[in-house]
Design a protein around this ligand. Structure first.
Ligand SMILES: C[S@@+](CC[C@H](N)C(=O)[O-])C[C@H]1O[C@@H](n2cnc3c(N)ncnc32)[C@H](O)[C@@H]1O
Length: 244
């Protein structure tokens, strides 16, 4: 059954079955994880620090695309992976207002640096202001411009990469960064469930441009024998890729 039909059927279901189906939130976007499960996960995750709470709240207040921000649980996961890896060099593609960069920066070694790239001037301004309020400000290098142009200019060996910009370029970003990722390094790619739209590949076809690009990316990684991977159903889907 096409996912849209599932969703129509779902509106007739009782809440006791809601965990089985993707659901519409009040803004009509498709939320793939049950909000009750997300709330429960948040409750049993280390508390979100004050600065991150403030960035989330101010982004929500002023930004029309506030839903793009990683948020509490995914942010803690990014921090956890970074703290376990203890990276010297992190690359983030898609800064937005800086929330995820600040989470990732928490695991950096003392002499470590995080490079983050943002295309939109307004987001660069917001991110820069948010970084300046953090102890990690001196470790974060914010690049304004198109990641496709900037990545080749960065002569670094990456321990950790977070891909979270325009979906149609995920494969391009992966191909650009992969030679510069050390063996044992980790690439995380966000939104790999793309609001549930990729699930339509099992139902007869994906139509959206971004969902198609994400599906192509997931298939590309699946056939790449030089990496281990696990697709995590955190938020909108997070693909964790480790270079062998
Ligand atoms: C999903 S948001 C990033 C969210 C952020 N990582 C977080 O979790 O808080 C994606 C960002 O990528 C930026 N972006 C889109 N295309 C880009 C490109 N070609 N180069 C650099 N940034 C780009 C957008 O302007 C947007 O701010």
């Amino acid at each position: 059954m096409p996912i849209a039909h599932c969703l129509l059927s779902h509106s007739l279901l009782t809440t006791s079955h809601s965990h089985l189906f993707p659901i519409f939130t009040k803004n009509k976007s498709l939320q793939i994880i049950d909000p009750q499960a997300e709330a429960y996960a948040s409750q049993f995750t280390s508390a979100e620090e004050a600065l991150l709470q403030e960035i989330a709240a101010s982004t929500q207040a002023v930004h029309p695309h506030a839903h793009m921000l990683s948020g509490h649980v995914q942010g803690k996961f990014l921090e956890m992976i970074s703290s376990l890896l203890q990276p010297r060099r992190i690359l983030e593609i898609g800064t937005f207002t800086g929330y995820s960069a600040l989470c990732l920066a928490k695991g950096l070694l003392n002499d470590g640096k995080l490079h983050t790239i943002e295309l939109r001037e307004q987001d660069v301004t917001l991110a820069r202001a948010n970084f300046s309020r953090s102890n990690a400000a001196g470790k974060i290098i914010l690049h304004e411009g198109n990641a496709l142009d900037i990545i080749p200019q960065l002569q670094e060996t990456w321990d950790l990469v977070f891909i979270d910009a325009d979906k149609v370029n995920y494969i391009n970003y992966y191909q650009l960064v992969f030679p510069m990722v050390r063996s044992g390094g980790v690439i995380l790619a966000d939104n790999v469930l793309f609001h549930g739209q990729v699930l339509e590949s099992r139902q007869g076809g994906i139509t959206g441009k971004n969902a198609k690009a994400i599906q192509a990316f997931n298939e590309y990684i699946q056939q790449d024998g030089s990496v281990d991977k696990v697709l995590l159903t955190i938020r909108d889907g997070l693909l964790m890729i480790r270079k062998k």
